[in-house]
Design a protein around this ligand. Sequence first.
Ligand SMILES: [Zn+2]
Length: 405
Amino acid sequence: MRILNPNYIYIDGDFKRDIAIAFNSKIELIDNIEILKDKYPDAEIINCGKNSVLYPGFINTHIHLEFSANRTTLKYGNFIRWLDSVIENRDRLLDSCDSAIMEEAIQEMLNSGVTTFGEVSSFGAELEVCKQTPQKVIFFNELIGSNVAYIDALYSDFLIRVQASKEAKNGIIPAIAIHSPYSVHPIALKRALEVAKRDNMPISTHFLESPEEREWLESGSGKFLEFFKKYFNTTKPMTTIDEFLSYFDNTPTHFIHLTQAKEKELEYISKKGHSIAHCPRSNRLLGCGRLDLEIVKDLNIPFSVATDGLSSNSSLNIFDELYSALMIHSGEDLIELSKLLISSVTAQPAKIFNLNSGEIREGKDADFAIVKLPNAPLSLNDIALYTILHTKKVESLFIDGEKII
Ligand SMILES: [Zn+2]
């Protein structure tokens, strides 16, 4: 048994002082340090130091490790400009993304306190790296493909990857991702959702990310029309916004982005028990706009803040993302938003994906991120804000009770 003794602790959505945690691989007891010492006289006591704040390990729900080699290759500013550059440079980026590059990306997440991440896997190339990392990985095997002639081949490759992730163990949680409404044929999509439903696997999908996607799904026109003519020789979208949403009626899904969703779509998403991944930096860099957080909050839709991959971001540091979210939603109350953002990388994603983490509670996994503030905070209520403003790197990190940093 060990005991962690921080100055401050994030518990039940608030900050408290003089509370310590006794743990093995799970949290055993939460109480005053003296009471824990009496109860566990042989326990190793770890004092977290001055101005330390203990959080449950952070959860980054949406990244693309296979594209981690990108720094100055892909073009930002507009979604179609970016997509064109992905198609043009995809093979080169994938070829140059070796295990060392992916490990570096994972290390960046560890340094920022991420103990669980959601990896969207297009090819399965990163499964080994994900098996080796101490983090827990929701491994979203991605289905993509719109051409009917190739659907069977693509679908059987998808099933092989799903199977490999099921056999992986080592903290891998098998899951599926539908790439998007414009890139997956509805027949394959429905089959994949049946597989996910049968095995109770988490599901995610990119949806309503760019204005161009919205225009294409609504009227079959715009920049996407040129794109599809050029690369796929098609001129009609395979589905509509409402139809695509209805495919997920019986399978709660993590919708990625939704920057172009209107209130009626968000209402539908709320009604069907879905959730959202919010990636503010990726959305800004690809010219996609801003998620309507005011409506998301009004409708009480669970959401996570996630970095997205290095194909559309400059870092996988979750603090960078939280900082950007704080700046981009400038109409929100600063203190309340800070606390909401902390919950969007802890309790909310844990609940969305049914993880036994994301909260400091007895029986939960002993996943901890410990940060240090530069000075003592005058108010406990402001600690979330100070954490986001002043942290780049955690002081220490535990996963299942093991000290990683
Ligand atoms: Zn993505």
